[in-house]
Design a protein around this ligand. Structure first.
Ligand code: PGA
Length: 251
């Protein structure tokens, strides 16, 4: 049985006071939730402040990025050890905004995934097609490449540390959610691919989140799919009521 996993990606939003208030509100609202794994991924400058608010809560902390080197002359980057030092459990890696706005490649993403696992962080590897790729019926091809390249060298045992987030780029921040059928179709394809790359037992254990305009109103429908094991939530994760409502729906 895969335990549902809902993560909030705050992206480049909030100030320190807002981040602390959101974290404190979630800690309070989710006190009695233990059937869903929950994490929030604030901007890195607020990780420490949010960690304080979440200490002794059910809500785990994640970063929105990580660098693959251990330390040294890498201006602006953060290592696994630094993120663990401020209480991160998870690291989002290869988010579409980092792929398409910042220009991260599958090769770089693979180095980050590998470093995160070795460094004791649990990667959330994001994959997903652009609108033009979907329209050209290239979704399977694009997502397959992203997964194969992103997970190069990751053994079956290490794969158990990884969560995959399927986020169709055309659904992110657009209010245009994939239909439950569209999500299930790609999630099932991803699981079959993992079974082919690893084995069925491993594939059955890996959690696959959906992301892209997930909100309280579509949570139940998305989560009713057999291969949708959780959600990676952007906009709706910025409000205590919305994010807590989504988690309570799943719990
Ligand atoms: P959204 O973002 O929920 O605002 O569409 C999801 C994501 O980018 O992870």
């Amino acid at each position: 049985m895969r335990k549902p996993f809902i993560a909030g990606n705050w992206k480049m939003n909030m100030d320190c006071a807002g981040a602390k208030a959101l974290a404190a509100g979630l800690a309070e609202q989710l006190k009695s939730v233990d059937t869903v794994d929950v994490a929030v991924c604030p901007p890195s400058v607020y990780l420490q402040a949010v960690a304080t608010e979440l200490s002794s809560s059910n809500v785990a902390l994640g970063s929105q990025n990580v660098y693959f080197e251990g330390n040294g002359a890498f201006t602006g980057e953060l290592s696994c050890a630094m993120l663990k030092d401020v209480c991160c459990t998870y690291a989002i890696i290869g988010h579409s905004e980092r792929r398409h706005v910042i220009g991260e490649t599958d090769e770089l993403i693979n180095k980050k995934v590998t470093a995160a696992i070795t460094g004791g962080l649990l990667p959330i590897l994001c994959v997903g097609e652009l609108l033009e790729e979907r329209e050209a019926e290239k979704t399977t091809e694009v997502v397959t490449q992203q997964i194969k390249k992103g997970l190069a060298g990751v053994t079956a045992e290490k794969m158990l540390a990884v969560t995959i987030a399927y986020e169709p780029v055309w659904a992110i921040g657009t209010g245009k959610t994939a239909t439950a059928d569209q999500a299930q179709e790609v999630h099932a394809m991803i699981r079959a691919l993992l079974a082919e790359m690893y084995d069925q037992t491993t594939a059955d254990q890996v959690r696959i989140q959906y992301g892209g305009s997930a909100k309280p109103g579509n949570t139940a429908e998305l989560m009713a799919n057999p291969d949708v094991d959780g959600l990676l939530v952007g906009g709706a994760a910025l409000k205590v009521e919305d994010f807590a409502a989504m988690i309570k729906t799943v719990a």
